[in-house]
Design a protein around this ligand. Structure first.
Ligand code: GLA
Length: 399
């Protein structure tokens, strides 16, 4: 029997809807959560295994007192080593460093901030504390009960399980890893509490290509950052080309900030902050917020640079030109504006020129210097500046 065209069309549309509905529904739910890259603080880079409830409270206090909250830093995230034993019913308990998780969440919320926590799909976290393996829904429910708003889920010992259960079969191992991340996302959804889902598996199996399908709001793209220029720049500059995988609700995460931890120069920390902003990366400060000097504050609180990171269009920037250690990156912003960053990765200060035509930009651009906070007026054809060693000059331009 010949079916009318409209009938065939309806069937096609229905089939298409069935195919795309679960993913688009989930993406829609997630987009509302991290419409711009998450901003906040995480305990690991500075406190590592020593973090206590008092440190987290002090971080929340400092986020308010320093003006960070008002600049957009909202998440106060406890990383590894908060976990205690499970009770007889299998419910995870915090250890003695965190005597009252619900009380801590209430305190953080009372400051207009949100609380994040950490776990692993494996039986042990990277620091050897209990993970969520076999307790995924129970843990998600516990987090929701405490009032948690953000979960960093770190592969750690699950890697060993993948290898043990699928020896020599990377395809099967990757499938297991994806299933493990999907399982926790489902568990989070079932809590009916909006919880940002931060995937941490160091970029394995090109996570950016499947992170959205297990509905991660952000996923680590690399191994761990360290507080030195070599490691920070290696991670940051390796992110070129990943922009097409990121956008509102789902972000590439080149790891947390080291600004203020003491082993980079101010120019190097300005490069760190600028590069992360060009990358639309999550901005999770990793220093001791209760002891910040003015330079650290001026970097973390640079609202011009934060505005680039948080641009509502959510387009990640990219390397536009590189001549040896001299790199120019551009990022398209909303309202026809662009961010331009001139990075000098060499050991000497050097004059660098951004040629607007070569960068595909309009010949005349109104410019603002985002580190000196000076309006540069209208620039014609190009912009030249001496960029310090390991430093950056960053502009916002608009035709
Ligand atoms: C891994 C992660 C780090 C941190 C530690 C905690 O190394 O990549 O960011 O969470 O585990 O043990």
């Amino acid at each position: 029997m010949r079916r009318p065209t409209s009938f065939k069309l309806s069937c096609l549309l229905l089939a298409a809807a069935v195919m795309v509905l679960p993913a688009s529904k989930a993406v829609a739910q997630n987009s509302q959560l991290a419409a711009t890259p998450p901003m906040g603080w995480n305990s690991w880079n500075h406190f590592a295994g020593k973090v206590t409830e008092a440190d987290v409270r002090a971080a929340a206090d400092a986020m308010v007192a320093s003006g960070m909250r008002d600049a957009g830093y909202i998440y106060v995230n406890i990383d590894d080593t908060w976990e205690g034993q499970r009770d007889a019913a299998g419910n995870i308990q915090p250890n003695s460093k965190f005597p009252d998780m619900k009380g801590l969440a209430d305190y953080v919320h009372s400051k207009g901030l949100k609380l994040g926590i950490y776990s692993s799909p494996g039986p042990k976290t990277c620091a050897g504390y209990p993970g969520s393996y076999g307790h995924e829904q129970q843990d998600a429910d516990t987090y929701a009960k405490w009032g948690i708003d953000y979960l960093k889920y770190d592969l750690c010992s699950y890697h060993g399980i993948m290898k043990r259960e699928a020896p020599g079969d990377p395809q099967k191992q990757w499938k297991m890893m994806q299933a493990a991340y999907d399982k926790m996302h489902e568990a989070l959804l079932h809590t009916h509490r909006p919880i940002v889902y931060s995937m941490c598996q160091y970029g394995l199996d090109a996570v950016w290509s499947w992170g959205p399908s297990v509905r991660g709001n952000l996923w680590r793209t690399t191994g761990d950052i360290k507080d030195n220029y070599a490691r920070m720049s290696m991670i940051g500059f390796s992110q070129a080309g990943l922009g097409r995988y990121a956008g509102p609700g789902h972000w590439n995460d080149p790891d947390m900030l080291e600004v203020g931890n003491g082993h980079m120069t101010p120019d190097e920390y300005r490069t760190h902050m600028s590069l992360w902003a060009m990358l639309a990366a999550p901005l999770l400060a990793g220093n001791d917020l209760s002891k910040m000097d003015d330079t650290t504050k001026s970097i973390l609180l640079n609202r011009d640079v934060i505005a680039v990171d948080q641009d509502r269009m959510g387009r990640q920037g990219n390397r536009a030109q590189a001549t040896g250690p001299f790199e120019i990156w551009t990022r398209r912003l909303s309202d026809g504006a662009w961010a331009i960053a001139l990075f000098n990765r060499s050991r000497y200060a050097y004059p660098m020129t951004a040629d607007f035509q070569k960068l595909g930009l309009a010949p005349s651009l109104h410019a603002r210097d985002l580190w000196s906070h000076r309006d540069l007026g209208v620039l014609h054809n190009s912009f030249t500046a001496t960029v310090p060693s390991h430093g950056v000059v960053m502009l916002r331009v608009q035709p």
